[in-house]
Design a protein around this ligand. Structure first.
Ligand code: ATP
Ligand code: MG
Length: 555
C-alpha cells in the first residue's frame, strides 16, 4: 500500500529539471553588458567619460585613415549638471551610409573590423554602442548622430536608443539637416561622468593620442571651456594596411573544421590556397602529403580525424611568415618626432622592430625613450603603452608591456631599479604594438595578454633603446663629475693665486688669469656634445641597419 502511494506521488510530480527549464532562456548581449558594464570599461564615472571619448575618437581616426583623409577631430566636453556631461565628437571622415547608422550606434557587436585581418584601432564591433548603452542607462537620453557621406547627399540626423532585451536600435528621431561639412560624422552622448585632470584622464588620452599619431589634428575643449589644439606634425598619412587571410600556423582544429564546412572550394588543395595566406599550390600539396590525405579530397568530406591530420601536416610543413603589409607601424623617425613634440626632455631615441608572429598573427613592436629635461627625477619612470596607435591608460600591472619593462635590467642603462619593479628616474618609456589582432585581456581593451612571442620582442626593443640611453647617461654622469671638480678648483683659485703671488713675488691678477686659463670647462661642454653624438650616431646606425636587414628578410 505504502509503495503504491509513493509511486503515485512520483508520477504526479514532474522532475525538477522541468521546473528549472522554465527559467532557462537566451540572454541578449546588450542585457549581458548592462549587468557587466565594467567589462567594457564603464565601472566608474571618471573612467566612463574617458571610455566614451576614446571609443568615438578611435572610430573617427580609423574611418579617416580608411578613407585616406588627414584626420581633423573636434572633441568637446560640456558639464550639464553635477556628474552629468555631454560629449560631442566630430570628424572629417567618410561619414556613414544612412541605413547603417542605427545598427552602428545602437546594436552591440555590429561593425566592419571584427572579420577583417588588418591593423585597426577597433576590432570588436562593440565600442561605440557600449558608450551609448552606458549613456542610456545613466541619463535615459538617446545618442544623437549627424552624418554625411558627400556634398551631393544631405546630412542625416538620428536620435537612437537601444532595445536592450533584443539588442536592436530604436529610432527616436530621423531627419535630414543642414550641415556645413561635406563629409564626416558627429556623435553627441549625454552620460553620467566625472571630469578630472591628470593621469588616466581624457586630457592625458588625447595628449598621448597626439604623440602616437603625429598626422592628426585634435581640437579639444574641456568642461572649463579651455581649448587645447594638438596640431599635426606631419602631412603624411600612415601607409594603408592591407587585409590578409589567416596564416595556417595560427589555425585551430575547430576553426579549420568550420572553414572546411563552409568553403566553396572543391578540393582540399584549392581550399588551402584560397583560405590561407602564404599557401600556394606547391605548399598545399606538401601539407596534404605530410597529412597523408589526398589533395583532391572534397572539403565537405574531410572528417574530424582527417582535419586533425591536416593540422599536423600544416605544422610539419615549412611555410613562410605571413605578409606584413597588413601592418602600419609608426616608424622610428615619426615616433621620436611625436615624443619630441609633446615631452620636453634632453635625450630621445626610438626603434621599430622587424615583424614577428603570435598564433599566426603578424605584429610589430616599437619602443622609444625620452630622458631628462623636464621629466620628474624622483619618480617611477613614466610608461606610455599603445596598441594600434591607441593609448592604454588602465590595467598597467596586468599588461605584457609592463611585465617586459619590469623583467628588463635597466641598471646597465643608467637607471635605478629595485627587484621586480619598474625603473626609477627622469624617463618616459614608450611601447607600441601594431597587429592585425591585438590580444587584449578584456573587452575594454586595456592590457595586452602575456604571449611569450610578444614579450620577447618587447624586451628586444627596450634593450635597443636602453643601450642608447646607457651611453648617454654614462657620458652625462662622467662629464658632470668633471664639471664638479672644475667648479671646486675654480672656487679655490683666488685663494691659491693669493698665496702663489706671495711665494713667486708676482702680481696676483696675472696668476689669477693664468689659473683661470687652465680650467677646462669649455672643452668639457664640447665633449658632451661631440663625443656623445658620435657614439650615439654610430649605435643608431648599427641598430637601424640590423633592423632593416631583418625586415627585408621578413618581407
Ligand atoms: N565616425 C565614424 N565614421 C565612419 N564609420 C564609423 C564611425 N564610427 C563607427 N563607424 C563604423 O561603425 C562600426 C562599429 O563601431 P564600434 O566602435 O562599435 O566597433 P569597432 O570600432 O569595429 O570595434 P571596437 O569595438 O573594438 O571599437 C565600425 O567598425 C565602423 O565601420
Ligand atoms: Mg570602435
Amino acid at each position: 500500500m505504502a509503495k503504491q502511494e509513493s509511486e503515485l506521488k512520483e508520477q504526479k510530480e514532474m522532475p525538477i529539471a522541468y521546473e528549472l527549464a522554465k527559467k532557462q532562456k537566451e540572454i541578449s548581449v546588450a542585457e549581458f553588458f548592462t549587468k557587466n558594464r565594467h567589462l567594457l570599461g564603464f565601472d566608474n564615472k571618471r573612467k566612463a567619460l574617458l571610455m566614451a571619448v576614446k571609443e568615438a575618437v578611435d572610430n573617427s581616426l580609423d574611418a579617416c585613415e580608411e578613407a585616406r583623409v588627414l584626420p581633423e577631430i573636434s572633441v568637446e566636453i560640456i558639464e550639464m549638471s553635477e556628474f552629468k556631461y555631454k560629449v560631442v565628437i566630430e570628424d572629417n571622415g567618410p561619414g556613414i551610409v544612412k541605413k547603417q547608422i542605427p545598427n552602428i550606434f545602437a546594436k552591440l557587436l555590429y561593425g566592419s573590423k571584427f572579420h577583417t585581418l588588418k591593423q585597426a584601432r577597433g576590432q570588436q564591433g562593440i565600442g561605440i554602442s557600449a558608450a551609448v548603452l552606458y549613456a542610456q542607462l545613466t541619463t535615459g537620453r538617446p545618442v544623437k548622430i549627424t552624418s554625411r557621406v558627400s556634398k551631393k547627399e544631405p546630412a542625416f540626423y538620428y536620435e537612437l536608443n537601444i532595445d536592450t532585451q533584443n539588442n536592436k536600435p530604436v529610432i527616436a528621431k530621423e531627419e535630414t539637416v543642414e550641415w556645413a561639412k561635406e563629409h564626416g560624422t558627429k556623435v553627441e552622448i549625454d552620460l553620467e561622468a566625472e571630469y578630472v585632470k591628470g593621469n588616466q584622464s581624457v586630457d592625458e588620452y588625447l595628449k598621448q593620442t597626439a604623440v602616437i599619431n603625429p598626422h592628426i589634428t585634435i581640437i579639444y575643449t574641456n568642461p572649463k571651456s579651455e581649448q587645447v589644439i594638438y596640431a599635426r606634425a606631419t602631412d603624411k598619412l600612415p601607409d594603408e594596411p592591407k587585409e590578409i587571410k589567416p596564416h595556417p600556423y595560427g589555425v585551430e582544429l575547430g576553426m579549420l573544421m568550420d572553414k572546411l564546412r563552409w568553403t566553396e572550394s572543391r578540393t582540399l588543395q584549392s581550399f588551402l590556397t584560397s583560405e590561407f595566406s602564404r599557401v600556394g599550390p606547391g605548399t598545399a600539396k606538401e601539407i596534404c602529403e605530410h597529412a597523408a590525405v589526398l589533395p583532391n579530397t572534397k572539403p565537405s568530406l574531410v572528417s574530424r580525424d582527417m582535419a586533425e591530420k591536416l593540422l599536423q601536416g600544416i605544422q610539419k610543413t615549412k611555410i613562410i611568415a605571413p605578409p606584413t603589409d597588413c601592418l602600419s607601424p609608426i616608424g622610428e623617425e615619426l615616433l621620436e618626432k611625436g615624443l619630441r613634440k609633446e615631452i620636453r626632455a634632453e635625450f630621445y631615441c626610438a626603434t621599430s622592430r622587424p615583424p614577428s608572429v603570435y598564433r599566426g598573427n603578424p605584429f610589430i613592436i616599437e619602443a622609444a625613450i625620452a630622458f631628462g629635461g623636464e621629466i620628474p627625477k624622483e619618480e617611477k619612470s613614466n610608461i606610455l603603452r599603445f596598441a594600434n596607435r591607441v593609448p592604454l591608460l588602465y590595467q598597467e600591472g596586468a599588461c605584457a608591456m609592463a611585465e617586459s619593462i619590469v623583467e628588463t635590467n635597466w641598471k646597465p642603462y643608467g637607471l635605478q631599479q629595485s627587484a621586480d619593479s619598474i625603473p626609477f628616474g627622469p624617463v618616459v618609456i614608450v611601447v607600441h604594438m601594431a597587429s592585425v589582432w591585438v590580444p587584449f585581456t578584456s573587452e575594454s581593451k586595456e592590457a595586452i595578454a602575456h604571449y611569450p612571442e610578444i614579450i620577447k620582442d618587447i624586451k628586444l626593443a627596450l634593450q635597443e633603446c636602453g643601450r642608447l640611453l646607457g651611453t648617454y647617461v654614462r657620458k652625462k654622469y662622467r662629464i658632470s663629475e668633471q664639471l664638479e671638480r672644475a667648479n671646486m678648483f675654480e672656487m679655490y683659485i683666488p685663494e691659491v693665486a693669493g698665496s702663489l703671488s706671495v711665494l713667486a713675488k708676482e702680481k696676483k691678477e696675472k696668476i689669477l688669469q693664468g689659473l683661470q686659463k687652465m680650467l677646462v670647462k669649455p672643452e668639457i661642454k664640447k665633449e658632451i656634445t661631440e663625443e656623445g653624438d658620435a657614439d650615439d650616431k654610430l649605435y643608431r646606425m648599427e641598430f637601424k641597419k640590423e633592423n632593416e636587414e631583418a625586415r627585408e628578410e621578413a618581407s
